[in-house]
Design a protein around this ligand. Structure first.
Ligand SMILES: Nc1ncnc2c1ncn2[C@@H]1O[C@H](COP(=O)(O)OP(=O)(O)OP(=O)(O)O)[C@@H](O)[C@H]1O
Ligand SMILES: [Mg+2]
Length: 259
């Protein structure tokens, strides 16, 4: 693996102001993401995981600290750099799916490609291919309100993956999926990572999904509490899963539900 630092998160703090009260969601987070990593982020509800991804995606601004993309601070990006970063470089799979209600599944999936002016026939082919793989062909003509939670999540995944982003930010990508669909989506993300060199940051509560990662950061109350690295040469997913479960148990209760 190429060991270049793709993202550097440096001493990141984020406070939310509400009714004159300040709540600290991130309290000094520092880590690097190497080119080609499949990095997992785990931690209890409210520990700051989505806040961290939103800072990286430039959806919100950190209160202090820096995020560097290949050595350049993303807060120093001009409009063009930002558009390129948001539009072409990163793909964000949102925790709440963020589908547009008045567009069909297919139109939602095509959205990033229409922004990129991709040729229609090529775009159509890509939609069918990815919908086939994720098992959502039958919902392509439906609106989000007519889909199940798991179907919405897979449509959101298809929308994220269709433009071949070089960095994927995935917030609980398997949260609404059954075991089989979760495994299929994880296999797809793993394939994007292994075959196309796509770098992935994935928040998950699911130790099964996490066992696909090459490294996992555990976040507690806005700081990094622990780090696990899959041993090289390739530790089996089963063995890595067991170590993930041990850390989850230390963090509270031992059940997957508590994280
Ligand atoms: N827009 C906001 N305004 C005020 N407080 C917020 C806002 N967004 C998040 N918070 C608070 O910041 C903290 C971290 O929230 P965040 O959404 O990052 O947690 P999370 O780790 O993603 O949780 P979950 O696993 O439930 O998705 C929480 O205490 C939350 O209540
Ligand atoms: Mg969250």
């Amino acid at each position: 693996m190429n060991q270049e630092k793709l993202l550097e998160v440096q001493n990141l703090h984020k406070s939310y102001e509400k009714d004159g009260v300040s709540a600290k969601a991130l309290k000094g987070i520092t880590f690097n993401v190497l080119q080609g990593e499949l990095l997992g982020i785990m931690g209890a509800s409210g520990s700051g995981k989505t806040t961290l991804l939103n800072c990286i995606a430039t959806i919100i601004r950190p209160t202090s600290g820096q995020i560097l993309l290949s050595g350049t601070s993303i807060s120093a990006f001009d409009e063009n750099d930002l558009a390129e970063y948001r539009g072409n470089k990163i793909g964000y799979l949102f925790q709440d799916f963020a589908l547009l209600d008045n567009l069909t599944g297919k139109e939602n999936i095509l959205l990033p490609l229409s922004i990129h002016n991709t040729e229609v026939s090529e775009a159509e082919k890509k939609v069918i291919e990815i919908a086939e793989f994720l098992g959502i062909r039958e919902v392509l003509s439906k609106f989000p309100s007519q889909m199940s939670g798991g179907q919405k999540q897979r449509v959101a995944a298809a929308r994220c993956l269709i433009s071949d982003p070089s960095i994927i930010l995935a917030d609980e990508p398997t949260g609404a999926l059954d075991t089989k669909s979760a495994r299929q989506l994880m296999e797809k993300l793993h394939e994007m990572n292994q075959k196309r060199g796509c770098t992935i940051l994935m928040v998950t509560h699911d130790p099964n999904a996490a066992s696909f990662c090459s490294r996992i950061l555990f976040i507690q109350d806005g700081i990094i509490f622990h780090e696990l690295r899959k041993q090289q040469p390739e530790e089996s997913r089963e063995d890595f899963y067991k170590r993930i479960m041990q850390v989850m148990a230390q963090m509270g209760g031992g059940s997957a539900n508590v994280l």
